[in-house]
Design a protein around this ligand. Structure first.
Ligand code: ADP
Length: 175
């Protein structure tokens, strides 16, 4: 979910496992700053709370993962976010961590982000992102649950508690 703590936990985990961290949201925010047709299009889509197309998203992620630093593993943040992305992505996913947070809590967090908020944190875009999450990403969660790859953690706790929980579970699964 938007505001669930993906980047916080993703960065911590990447450091712990000594693998690079890749966030599609971050890549798109950087592209949105460019004064190019692609940059402008991405900015419009993001500020409306909608998703970038599967083909563009897949192309970008697959391109990044060809770089040498990603060959020993990676933490992906915010991808795959649609069933199409999940089914077409062939680079390999071992575990999927779902930080579970209620819609109500998400609304609070995003409307009052303590880092001053982002351009796509308007109330309208926040509501849209939550709606889009349920429509497109709920099925992705089910997809990985069925494959036995889903690690579901309660995201409504402190950063440290959540991290401890994730690490504990990953170790158990690694045995
Ligand atoms: P949040 O989860 O808080 O919305 P992200 O940084 O993960 O923040 O994503 C911000 C925006 O970037 C999304 O609302 C969407 O427009 C775009 N985006 C990020 N990841 C994807 C993806 N995998 N597929 C399509 N669009 C994406």
């Amino acid at each position: 979910m938007p505001g669930a703590g993906k980047s916080t936990q993703g960065n911590l985990l990447a450091k712990k496992l000594k693998v690079p961290y890749l966030s599609t949201g971050h890549i798109f925010r950087e592209l949105a700053k460019e004064h190019t047709p692609l940059g402008r299009r991405i900015k419009l889509v993001m500020n409306a709370g909608l998703l970038i197309s599967d083909s563009k998203t897949l192309q970008i992620v697959i391109d990044y993962l060809k770089r040498p630093e990603y060959q020993k593993g990676y933490i992906l943040d915010g991808f795959p976010r649609t069933l199409g992305q999940a089914q077409k992505f062939k680079n390999g996913i071992e575990k999927v961590i779902y930080l579970k947070v209620s819609d109500k809590e998400i609304l609070w967090r995003l409307a009052y982000r303590d880092d001053g908020g982002r351009e796509d944190d308007t109330l309208l875009a926040i509501r849209k992102r939550i709606e889009v999450f349920h429509k497109f990403t709920d099925p992705v969660i089910e997809y990985y649950r069925k494959k036995g790859q889903l690690l579901e953690v309660n995201g409504e706790r402190t950063v440290e508690e959540i991290q401890r929980d994730i690490l504990k579970h990953l170790k158990v699964h690694a045995k």
